[in-house]
Structure formats: structure tokens, C-alpha cells
Design a protein. Sequence first.
Length: 294
Amino acid sequence: MKQQINIIGCGRAAGSLARLWLEHGRFGIGEVMNRSESSSRKAVRSIGAGTAVSGLDQMKPAGFWLIGTSDDQIEGVSKALAARNSELRGALVFHLAGRFGLDVLAPLNNGDIHLAALHPVRSLTDTALSLEGFAGTACVAEGSGEALAMLQPLVTSIGGTWLPVSGIDRGLYHASVSIISNITKAVAWKAQKWQQRAGLPDETATAVTHQLLASTMEDLFRSGASQSITGPVVRGDTSTIEAHIEAIRAAHPEDLEIYRILARTVLELAQERGDLDADTLNRFKVLFGESAGG
Ligand SMILES: NC(=O)c1ccc[n+]([C@@H]2O[C@H](COP(=O)([O-])OP(=O)(O)OC[C@H]3O[C@@H](n4cnc5c(N)ncnc54)[C@H](OP(=O)(O)O)[C@@H]3O)[C@@H](O)[C@H]2O)c1
């Protein structure tokens, strides 16, 4: 008999994982409950398994309970689930929110229920996500030893990379992963706009951006940011940076502050590497809107 996973809040993330668990074959999907019954039915249709229900009281006991709601609903669902404390004895209850650890599951913390936080560090939006596509996804997990022992097979069976942590600063952790993913995409989007304004045809701008991102990732993975970074700031090429600033001021003055803020981070890295003499450093600080010598 397959171990059953009940799902409260089965949208993009929980729905994607449910399909992967089914595809792997070791786990089964039990009851699925969203806010509206029509949404629960839609989730079940999309997964291809499970039973749509409209209330917690219709959910049968299961070994695993996934709370896959939006972040702000997790605590409320935990409180509601706590009314079924006795039926949850020995079960694992976990959520998927990177910004929370175990605190948000506190209403269920009675010593009999195993609690965990599982953060798959990738966008889960694609209904066609396959085991192959998920393979290697970083899965950051937090919980007691027993909770992690129950959770690990759910992660490794579908090819996730198991990364247990303990007592991390969730705000800072989530801010860090958000900037890597969201800001990379937003910066690439903005850079393409500059390229189009510079006169590059759309396809050329796309090719330039994609190829540069790909080679940047290769360099980064091979030797890290500090070793692999190049460009006018680490070279100390102040006149090239002046030309950038003039061009942005003329074409996209509203973006000048963004350029300066991002470039200040590059300068911080160059400074840590010890690349720049004091005069060049101060010149860059002025160009990037920092006080020289500060
Ligand atoms: N998507 C990602 O890329 C991703 C990646 C990693 C982690 N996560 C985490 O995964 C969690 C879910 O994110 P998501 O993107 O999958 O959100 P989503 O697509 O909006 O899905 C949330 C689901 O939860 C249901 N729901 C909301 N409140 C509920 C409640 N009180 N009771 C029962 N069901 C409820 C919604 O039902 P209705 O349809 O009826 O409103 C919806 O189906 C979040 O904690 C998020 O941080 C997401």
C-alpha cells in the first residue's frame, strides 16, 4: 500500500510536487482541499489522482499532510488542523514556504506530530514539470530528526537535493533566494530594454542576453563570483563607467539610480578583492553616488 499524502492548498507548488510523487510511484495522493470546492476538483483533475473535498472533516487520516497554501494562510490552516490532533499522531505535517520555519506550525506542536518546513528552491509553475526537470532542485528542509527522516524520502524519491538546515534567519534566507531568482530575471528584462533602445533588433537582444546569462552562470559555478568577475569596475576603467552613466542618463534617466546601486555592489566586490587603488575607488564612489572616502 502506497503512503498517502493529504494536501491542504494544492496550487502551483503542491500540485507540481503531487504530480512528481505520482510519477515516481512510491506515494499516493489522498484528499485534496483548496478554498473552493471547484478549485479542489480542478487540482485533482490536474494531478490525475486524489479526492477533492470541501472541508477538513472530510479528510481521512494519512501519514503525510502537506500545507501548500499561500504563506499567509499556513498558520490558520495549522490552527484548524490542530482540532484533529489525536488523528495526526505520528504523521508528518509540512509546508513549502521559504520564509517560514517551524514557528508557523506552532499550533500543531504537541510532541505527537512531526513538523517540518520544506522549501524547494525553484519556480514551481509548470504543469508539465517532469522528474527529469525537477532533478537536482535544492530542497531546504527544517524539522526534528524524526520529521526529517520522514520527509527525506519525499524529496529524494523525486530527485531533489536534500539540504537540511536548523534555526536559520528565514527573513534573510528568503530575501537572498528571492534576489537571486527574481532580480536576475528583472535585471535581464531591463537590460534587454536598454539593448532595444540602443538599436539592437529584438532577436539579437534576446540572443545576447541569453548567451551572456548562460556563460555568466558557467563562470560563476566554475570559480565563484569573486574569482570570475570581470568588467570595467574591477579593471578600474572609470572612463567607461562615465560613458555608461552618460548613455543611461540620455536614454533612460529613470534607470540611473538602479545602475548605480547595482554597480555599487560590484564595487564592493572589487574592493574586497583588493583590485583598486584608493584614487580609483574614490572616483567610482563619486560616480555611483556614494561619498568618496566613506
Ligand atoms: N510556486 C512556487 O514557485 C513556489 C516555490 C517554492 C515554494 N512555494 C511555496 O508554496 C506555497 C504555495 O505557493 P503556490 O505558488 O503554489 O500558491 P498558489 O498557486 O496560489 O496555490 C495556493 C493554493 O492554496 C489554496 N488555499 C489558499 N488558502 C487556503 C486555505 N485557507 N485552505 C485551503 N486551501 C487554501 C488555494 O486555493 P483556491 O484556489 O481555492 O484559492 C490555492 O489552490 C507557498 O508557501 C509558497 O511560498 C511556492
